[in-house]
Design a protein around this ligand. Structure first.
Ligand code: HEM
Length: 402
């Protein structure tokens, strides 16, 4: 199990590059590492040796030790060249000031208003389009389009521009897979598209996020067009794909398990438990990539300077020390522990929005799709950065809204 990969560094599972391999067996591999006493294990990720942190308590400490292992060490190298100085790339007082200013726009109360006005009608709109059908791929037809449209509506991007923006964003996402040049070109095009929208909102503010951002001040300074652009351009990659994958993972359990589905139909009040358990058992993000410029000690392991790190939020949720029988999806798990939205200063800004999208999707699917079931045999989720299913084919009887 322990031998040398290409660059001569010693790693576990040297034949698996966890950045690209599907690894359906991810949590079995993690269990073998744990059983052999590993807490921080070197593995191959993007052809480099990266240090994977495995346990719930060790991953939590790493998130909380922002001083020794700052989020900015990774994002300055990867995100800033494409997106500019995004929140994840900020440090200390600068991060705190921006976060304080922007946080109220994503608070639980702000999301609650948005839920009634936008999230629920948008979900129904996509289900209405299925009229006359009795099967579909919920990932392509619903989850991807829904989460993308939510961000567009939040920002104020017109629906007719959806396809153009979507294709630019898919090129931008290439940055996480090494396609830097293509990503940079797409990012420049997106800037050209968004800048006139921002200028328009300065002249004629309305109810959307762009307008709210034009009125925002950070430490007494109004946000510049460039700062607004950086923030909204980053919302799609950070907010749409992860939420779409999480909706797929949640709905998979609902479609695969008739007993669970019936319980959720009979007792709507327990639906948040299903959402929490899907975030724990089938979190859409298994590894959060970080980087340590200065090195340090994690769980007793010496991390050399300039080392890629992987915060194993998926492995942490499958840590039997905090979640007994972690491979079982248990609706009534007592105190399910997960770090799906991170922890500490950089905890997910969009966690209330994402949870509301999950709740809305669950409510609408249970209302609108009677006799929901998988159209294909049960599948396993794959991937690490995003861990989900390539498609979610289901059959149903579509109901109209009362
Ligand atoms: C199920 C869906 C989502 C998951 C699993 C998720 C997960 C995460 C995680 C793990 C982090 C911390 C990353 C780190 O510490 O390096 C994070 C940060 C962040 N997320 Fe999310 N996220 C989701 C949805 C969203 C949505 C819908 C938005 C916004 C519309 C959003 C915006 C952000 C932002 C801006 C940050 C950076 C915060 C900062 O650096 O202060 N996320 N997210």
């Amino acid at each position: 199990m322990y031998s040398s990969p290409l660059d001569g560094d010693v790693c576990f599972f040297p034949d698996i590059d966890f950045a690209v391999a599907p690894v359906p067996q991810l949590y079995e591999l993690v269990a073998t590492l744990r059983e052999s006493g590993q807490r921080v294990a070197p593995i191959v990720y993007g052809q480099r040796r990266s240090w994977l942190i495995l346990g719930f308590s060790d991953v939590s400490s790493a998130f909380l030790h922002e001083k020794s292992f700052p989020s900015a060490d990774f994002h300055e190298r990867i995100s800033v060249p494409i997106f500019g100085r995004v929140l994840n790339a900020m440090r200390g007082a600068e991060h705190l000031s921006y976060r304080r200013a922007i946080e109220p726009l994503f608070s639980a109360a702000a999301v609650e208003t948005f839920r009634e006005l936008v999230l629920v009608p948008l979900a129904h709109e996509l289900f209405d389009e299925l009229r006359g059908t009795d099967s579909c791929d919920l990932r392509a037809h619903y989850a991807q389009r829904y989460t993308f449209r939510v961000i567009s509506t939040l920002i104020g991007v017109p629906v007719q521009d959806e396809r153009t923006v979507m294709s630019l964003l898919s090129s931008i996402n290439g940055v996480f897979f090494g396609r830097t040049e293509e990503a940079a070109q797409a990012s420049a095009k997106l800037t050209k598209y968004l800048m006139p929208l921002i200028e328009e909102r300065r002249r004629h503010p309305c109810e959307d996020l762009l307008s709210a951002l034009t009125g925002l001040t950070v430490d007494g300074h109004p946000l510049s067009n460039e700062e607004i652009l950086i923030f909204v351009r980053f919302l799609y990659p950070v907010g749409a794909d992860s939420t779409s994958a999480q909706i797929v993972n949640l709905l998979y359990h609902v479609a695969a398990d008739a007993e669970l589905r019936n319980l959720l139909i009979q007792r709507p009040a327990i639906r948040p438990k299903a959402i929490a358990e899907s975030l724990r058992h089938s979190g859409a993000i298994a590894f959060v990539p970080r980087y340590s410029a200065g090195g340090g000690t994690l769980a007793g392991v010496e991390i050399p300077p300039n080392s890629p790190l992987l915060y194993g939020i998926g492995p942490a949720a499958h840590d039997p020390a905090v979640n007994p029988d972690p491979e079982e999806f248990r609706l009534h798990r007592e105190n399910p522990r997960h770090l799906a939205f991170g922890l500490g200063l950089h905890v997910c800004l969009g966690r209330h929005l994402a949870t509301a999208e999950l709740q809305t999707s669950l409510d609408v699917i249970l209302d609108r799709m009677a006799d929901l079931r998988l159209a294909t045999p049960a599948q396993r989720m794959t991937g690490t950065l995003l861990r989900t299913l390539p498609s979610l084919s289901v059959e149903y009887e579509l109901l109209s809204v009362n």
